[in-house]
Ligand binder design. Structure first.
Ligand SMILES: Nc1ncnc2c1ncn2[C@@H]1O[C@H](COP(=O)(O)OP(=O)(O)OP(=O)(O)O)[C@@H](O)[C@H]1O
Length: 282
C-alpha cells in the first residue's frame, strides 16, 4: 500500500501533560483524511509533529516515505504545504505580490500564481492589498500560499473555522479540485458536515487517543440501528425494526398508501462522535 502518512505508537507530552497517547494510523496517498476532535484533544499537536514543527521521541512517524528525523530538510519541506493558525501574509502587499514572494521562496514558477488564484476563486482580487481583504478572502489567500509550490500533501488545521458559508464553499471546492489532481489532504476540523462532505476517511481523536476511524459512510452504517423511520400522511412517526417479522407491517403501510417518507436510521458523524466519546464536538 502506498501511504502518504504512517504513524505508529505516537506519544507526546508537554511536561506532565500527556497530549498524544499512543496513536497509530495511516493515510493513503490521494486521500482526504479528517482528524476530528474537540478543542484540546491534540489535533494541532499531531499536525505539528507530522510537519516537523514539533519533535516527538516516542513512536514512528513517516510522511511521504521520509522519516521524522529528516523533516527539517528543505527537500522534504518543499513537498508539503501547511495552513495553520501560524500561517501569515504580508498585509501591506497585494495578493499577487504575496504569492510571488512565496513562489520565489519555493522556486515555483510564477505562472502557478494564476492557476492557484483560479482554484481558490480569487482571480479578481489579485491586485488587492491583503489588509483590505475580508477574513474569508485572507483565508483563501493563505490556502493559495500553502499550495503555491504544488505540494504532494497539504496539512490544513481547521481551514474553514469561523468562515461564512460562501467562503467555506469556495475553500471546499478548491480542496476537492486539488484532491482530484492527486494531492493528499490531511485536515482537522470541528465541523462534522464538512468532514462528511470532504473526507474519504476520518479519525476521532479524544484526549489524545484515537477512538474510531473509517469512511463517514462506513461509520454511519456501523453505528446505525438499521431501523426504518416512517412518517405517515396522517402525521404519525414510526420506528420499525429491520427484521423479517416486520415485513408485513411495512408492506401494509405502503400498499395502503400511508407512507409520506421512509428511510433507514443513519446517525450523523456528530451523533457518532457523541456516542463514541461521550462528548459533543465543539
Ligand atoms: N507548546 C505547548 N506547551 C504546553 N502545552 C501545550 C503546547 N501545545 C499544546 N499544548 C497542550 O496540548 C493539548 C492539546 O492541544 P492542541 O492544540 O493539540 O489541541 P487541539 O485539538 O488542536 O485543540 P483546538 O481545536 O482548540 O485547536 C492542550 O491541553 C494544550 O494546552
Amino acid at each position: 500500500m502506498d501511504y502518504a502518512i504512517e504513524v505508529q505508537g505516537l506519544k507526546k507530552a508537554f511536561h506532565q501533560n500527556q497530549v498524544i497517547n499512543d496513536i497509530s494510523f495511516q493515510v493513503k496517498k490521494g486521500e482526504i483524511f479528517g482528524f476530528l476532535g474537540p478543542s484540546g484533544s491534540g489535533k494541532t499537536t499531531t499536525i505539528k509533529i507530522l510537519t516537523g514543527e514539533l519533535v516527538q521521541k516516542d513512536g514512528y512517524v513517516k510522511v511521504l516515505d521520509v522519516h521524522s528525523q529528516k523533516f527539517s530538510r528543505a527537500n522534504f519541506r518543499s513537498r508539503i504545504g501547511i495552513l495553520s493558525d501560524n500561517s501569515s501574509l504580508y498585509e501591506r502587499l497585494t495578493v499577487y505580490d504575496n504569492l510571488k514572494l512565496f513562489c520565489k521562496l519555493y522556486h515555483a514558477p510564477l505562472e502557478q500564481i494564476d492557476v492557484i488564484l483560479h482554484e481558490v476563486d480569487l482571480v479578481d482580487a489579485r491586485k488587492k492589498i491583503v489588509s483590505k481583504l475580508s477574513k474569508g478572502m485572507k483565508q483563501r489567500v493563505l490556502l493559495a500560499k500553502a499550495l503555491i509550490h504544488q505540494p504532494e500533501i497539504v496539512f490544513l488545521d481547521e481551514p474553514t473555522s469561523a468562515l461564512d458559508p460562501g467562503n467555506m464553499a469556495h475553500i471546499h471546492r478548491g480542496l476537492q479540485k486539488l484532491n482530484e489532481a492527486g494531492t493528499t489532504i490531511f485536515l482537522t476540523t470541528h465541523d462534522m458536515e464538512e468532514a462528511t462532505l470532504l473526507c474519504d476517511r476520518v479519525a476521532f481523536l479524544n484526549k489524545g487517543e484515537l477512538q474510531e476511524m473509517g469512511s463517514p459512510e462506513e461509520l454511519r452504517y456501523k453505528y446505525s440501528t438499521h431501523a426504518f423511520h416512517v412518517e405517515t400522511f396522517d402525521g404519525k412517526k414510526l420506528i420499525i425494526e429491520n427484521e423479517a417479522k416486520n415485513g408485513d407491517k411495512i408492506r401494509d403501510l405502503i400498499v395502503n398508501d400511508r407512507v409520506k417518507s421512509l428511510h433507514t436510521d443513519k446517525p450523523t458523524l456528530g451523533q457518532i462522535f457523541l456516542k463514541v466519546t461521550g462528548k459533543e464536538l465543539v
